[in-house]
Design a binder for this molecule. Sequence first.
Ligand SMILES: [Zn+2]
Length: 92
Amino acid sequence: MDEMRLGDVIDDHCIKCRRVTNHSIVSLVDGQAAKVRCRTCYHDHDYRHEQAPPSKKELKKLEAEAQAAAAAAEGDQTSEQPVSETEKAASG
Ligand SMILES: [Zn+2]
């Protein structure tokens, strides 16, 4: 595959479909796909080279890291303040 052409169908990861689907090339840069359009949902996006965006797994990992950091910070404090739940109820 030395040269791509507009309208060529290639595989790429569609964010909307959340999976690899057929895409048409709608924009070329230096003979390489720059923008593609999903043939399933017609969503245009930059060609991602079949790379999925950060997945739930990835986000979970980031979340776990954030929690670990928060836990470390919390362990630093001697006492935690009780949360008051006496919120005013809107009446009237
Ligand atoms: Zn799609």
